[in-house]
Design a protein around this ligand. Structure first.
Ligand SMILES: Nc1ncnc2c1ncn2[C@@H]1O[C@H](COP(=O)(O)OP(=O)(O)O)[C@@H](O)[C@H]1O
Ligand SMILES: [Mg+2]
Length: 945
């Protein structure tokens, strides 16, 4: 499964010299850069899911053809870098074969001329740099092994490509010497233009590399490997944050200190980057060759999102720059929407992101000085963490008409203040009463633990604040767990200890050891010998004692936890509320301590409050150890009150208020953000960044089949008939199973007609609020009888990354993602390339078969294809299928599209074509027989014209 993603060069290396970090390979390197894709990505991006699918088809078509030409001449693709590929030719006549391949690729690209897409025509062009010689190749890093080409020969190849203009193939002198003079044209820069295709014997195409017995998971960056193994390969548009890190000095290092020194420097550099990425939830994406070094590309937000990708990215690059001493670095960061997907021919594929946002990150990096991190305004604005920055003069970059505003990134300066226009608390009476009772019990020295569980933004922290607002006569310690500190041992415990010791700033820190000792001497002198153990979680250096020194390693943790619990009991003898916020991000050590505190709390005057999301990670309250309050969506009436309160100053029309309350699905954070987005955008259609980020990270946690189900179901709205037939459309598929599980959890029996009736017209905004006090946290039965489908799904007990985990996301948040049906959705089968690609009459390319409306939007596959029920589509009565076009350039007529559309509309499920609809309105609730397919908005316009 992973082998098409790994270069043959790396496979051979691991087979022959697995332990070597450096090798030289003799051959010819062709750096082939294709321009035009970014423009196409940007245009297609406006079409959402449709655009992503089409982009993927075009990339597949393009690279399948180009690599077919190159591989016929014995190429091996070493790197995919942006829109470029790096091809290595080895063996006899490598220089001539490389030149012939490049020539053939250019001819192929020219043959196609302007590439047609549903968003208009795009001209693809390529520039190629070719150099022959001995190339230095390195293997670096530990979390995965990264192949890097660096050194003078690689630099020379880059120089050739950057001198070549679009449409030109430039060969170096070393390559030219190996060609017949008639193929060497005019000199340009340090190279020569290629003139014609050398005629040398063809080399047998190499069989795919033998990967048996090799652990290929080590050859791919962690995030990408997990994504590929999960099988969730649907192309999509995502918001991501992208960084380019350039390392330099490779050529001098190699010349002066030798290959081992450079191998060592590269290894340290890559390890630093890998460590920072792992720590901050960023994906190490790929490396690319560069002049005198290379580039490392990092992405936060694809393949999966952490919820605040900008903060993660900025933390990661700051850490990389602060720690890296191996090679001089400069970094550029930008964010934006990109296309993300897997593409390439079956024998050589890649997972890639494409778009203007990526290019701008690279250009911003190009403006950075060595040692500097430049970030664009958008990244800083979206980051939840503030950084010290230095403002730069706006500068212009290639491809941008407006000057770019960028900043030099300094140190982190703390979390951004959360918006304070706090609204009055609505609802939650029962939960608040339970909390007050627990607090009252703590004041009577009967300690209690309460766990608040719920999705982000549902009001966990708010409820805690509400409780504490009136509790002035007690000690309150709030320890927040942070996503980026989830692997820092004892991170929240440190907050507790510092609070207890009164450490607030560096001055306090200097005296911390003395304070610690004084405090223990005064309160619990018998713990003095164990002071060094308490020093570990608090990060305070304390002189070693014989007791701790003699303690075996295997007993340290248990002792540390005993001592910490006892210490806290001594120093917090009066009524205390200990809040551990967001414990789904709690590290293992702290979780163990917290479990211990919950066991010991019964006879202490403490209320321990724990808030968490419904996830597997982090801390979970052991069964029977306390009370679990599950916060569900606000009741419809409460949601309406909240909108009313939020719009009090600037009232909104009633129908808009109702729309917002519904869209929020009863989530107060979403509601607040939707109101504020509606204000600034002037329309209720906008989806704010904060909500999108949170939803994306939630959706990314789902099993791929659930994600597909969710995507498809998002067109239906929050309520629909349980008789909706996707399981028939996905017979035996993972998505069908996912639907089966989800609907069973919801309706008991998915086809119950009373459930159908109850489903429609539910008055709830996001379902009824319910409070469950249950040790195991399950509230399944409530879900089964719930009147609203979305609520049923949101209530289905689940854990992360398991099929059937489609919760909360369908209805209780704003409708997310795309409104499209994929081919699989409609037919239950995957279309094979031959079904959707047809040969282009002017070249031998196979292009996606599409039908264009007059204005270039709305499209459909026009090929005959039997439906899942076995009915050939074009034998359905009354269907007139458009004839395949005779030229790739002529669009189908609007009436063809309209006919196709009418047919779809009347025959759900049975018609076997793929449709998509561009307009963003959900299909209205209605009988399942109407849930067929529907042509694009423009297509329908065309009918009426
Ligand atoms: N019941 C409620 N009434 C009014 N506002 C609320 C309510 N619950 C939450 N909010 C507001 O919604 C936002 C998100 O709540 P928060 O407590 O931070 O969510 P969580 O901790 O569950 O992620 C906050 O601005 C909070 O004030
Ligand atoms: Mg919170």
């Amino acid at each position: 499964m992973l082998s098409p993603y790994v270069p043959r060069l790396l496979v051979d290396w691991l087979r022959t010299y697995p332990d070597r970090a450096w090798r030289q390979v003799e051959g010819t390197l062709a750096f082939v850069d294709i321009s035009g894709f970014t423009k196409m990505t940007e245009r297609l991006a406006r079409k959402g899911k449709v655009g992503a699918e089409e982009m993927n088809d075009l990339l597949n078509a393009c690279f399948t053809e180009l690599l077919r030409v190159a591989y016929a001449d014995g190429a091996g693709l070493v790197k995919w870098g942006g829109d470029a590929v790096l091809l290595l030719f080895q063996g006899e006549n490598h220089a001539a074969r490389a030149c012939r391949a490049a020539h053939g690729m250019r001819r192929s690209l020219r043959g196609i001329g302007r590439l047609p897409s549903s968003a208009g025509f795009v001209t693809l062009r390529m520039s190629v740099g070719i150099h022959s010689g001995r190339f230095d190749v390195f293997l670096a890093g530990d979390l995965h092994r990264e192949l890097i080409l660096a050194g003078p020969a690689a630099s020379h190849t880059v120089a050739m490509e950057s001198t070549a203009e679009a449409g030109q193939i430039l060969v170096s002198e070393a390559t030219a010497r190996q060609l017949h003079p008639r193929f060497v044209g005019l000199p340009k820069g340090e190279g020569f233009l290629l003139k014609g295709a050398p005629n040398v014997p063809a080399q047998e195409a190499e069989p795919p590399p033998d990967v048996s017995g090799l652990d290929l998971t080590r050859c791919l960056p962690v995030g990408i490997r997990d994504h590929l193994l999960s099988g969730s390969g649907e192309p999509e548009h995502r918001h991501v944050s992208v960084a380019f890190i350039e390392f330099r000095g490779a050529d001098d290092c190699l010349r002066e200190k030798g290959p081992d020194a450079l191998a060592d420097a590269l290894d340290r550099c890559i390890k630093d980057v890998q460590e920072a990425c792992a720590r901050h939830g960023v994906t190490f994406f790929e490396t690319d060759i560069g002049k005198d070094g290379g580039k490392i590309m990092l992405v936060a937000g694809a393949p999966s999102s952490s919820g605040n990708d900008e903060a993660g990215m900025l933390n990661a690059v700051r850490r990389i720059m602060d720690r890296s001493t191996a090679l001089p670095l400069r970094i550029g960061v930008n964010c934006g929407r990109v296309f993300a997907g897997d593409f390439g021919p079956s024998f050589r594929r890649t997972y890639s992101v494409k778009g203007d946002a990526v290019n701008l990150a690279a250009r911003v990096m190009g403006k950075a000085e060595p040692g500097q991190i430049l970030v664009t305004e958008a990244v800083l604005a979206r980051s939840s963490i503030r950084f010290h920055v230095q403002t730069l003069e706006p500068f212009s970059v290639k491809g941008k008409t407006r000057p770019v505003h960028a900043y030099a990134l300094g140190a982190a300066a703390g979390r951004k203040a959360i918006e304070t226009w706090d609204l009055p608390l609505v609802g939650r009476e029962a939960e608040l009463a339970t909390l007050r009772q627990a607090l009252e019990s703590a004041t009577r020295r009967r300690g209690r633990v309460v766990e608040l569980v719920g999705e982000p933004g549902i009001g966990k922290s708010r409820l805690v604040n509400e409780l504490l607002a009136g509790s002035l006569d007690m000690t309150v310690i709030v320890a927040r767990c942070e996503m980026y500190e989830a692997s820092t041992p004892y991170f929240p415990l440190r907050t507790v200890l510092w609070e207890v010791l009164g450490i607030r700033d560096d001055r306090d820190r200097a005296m911390a050891a003395t304070r610690f000792r004084d405090r223990i001497e005064a309160n619990a002198p018998h713990l003095l010998p164990w002071l060094p153990l308490l020093g570990i979680p608090s990060g305070i250096e304390v002189p070693m004692t014989p007791e701790v020194e003699q303690l075996g390693d295997e007993f340290r943790r248990a002792r540390l936890i005993d001592v910490s619990s006892e210490f806290l009991a001594w120093v917090l003898p009066t009524t205390t509320v200990l809040v551990f916020d967001d414990v789904h991000w709690m590290d293992e050590g702290s979780a163990e301590l917290l479990r211990r505190l919950t066991e010991d709390v019964a006879d202490r005057p403490w209320l321990i409050l724990v808030t968490r999301r419904e996830q597997e990670e982090g801390f979970h309250l052991p069964g029977g150890a306390g009370t679990t309050l599950r916060l569900e969506a606000l009741r419809a009436a409460d949601a309406a009150d909240l909108v009313q309160a939020a719009t009090e100053q600037l009232p909104m029309p009633q129908h808009e208020m109702v729309t917002l309350a519904k869209r929020s699905g009863g989530n107060p954070l979403f509601l607040r953000e939707l109101v504020s987005a509606a204000r600034s955008a002037g329309s209720v259609a906008a989806l704010p960044d904060t909500v999108e980020g949170l939803m994306t990270s939630q959706i990314d946690r789902l099993h791929p089949a659930d994600r597909t189900l969710l995507r498809t179901a998002s067109v239906l709205g929050t309520s629909f008939s349980p008789a909706f037939p996707p399981s028939r459309s996905w017979p035996g598929s993972a998505v069908g199973n996912s639907w089966g599980r989800t609907s069973r959890g919801c309706f008991g029996s998915a086809t119950s007609s009373s459930a159908t009736r109850r489903t429609r017209g539910s008055p709830s905004a996001g379902g009824e609020s319910s409070t469950a006090e249950s040790p195991n946290g399950s509230n399944g039965p409530a879900a089964a009888s719930s009147p609203n489908f979305s609520h049923c799904i949101s209530s289905t007990p689940s854990s992360t990354r398991k099929p059937g985990d489609t919760r909360a996301l369908l209805g209780s948040g704003p409708r997310q993602s795309t409104r499209s049906q994929t081919r699989e959705t409609c037919t239950g089968e995957r279309w094979k390339p031959r079904d959707i690609f047809r040969p282009c009459p002017r070249s031998n390319w196979r292009l996606p078969t599409r039908l264009w409306g007059t204005s270039g939007t709305g499209w459909a596959c026009t090929r005959r294809r039997p439906g899942p029920t076995g009915t050939p589509v074009d034998s359905l009565p009354g269907t007139r299928w458009p004839r395949p076009r005779s030229s790739s350039r002529s669009p189908g007529s609007a009436s063809d599209l309209a006919n196709t559309g009418r047919r779809w509309r009347g025959s759900p499920g049975a018609t076997a074509s793929w449709a998509t609809w561009k307009d963003r309105k959900p299909w209205p609730d209605g009988p399942s027989s109407r849930l067929g397919m529907r042509p694009s908005g423009r297509g329908r316009d065309a009918t009426t014209r």
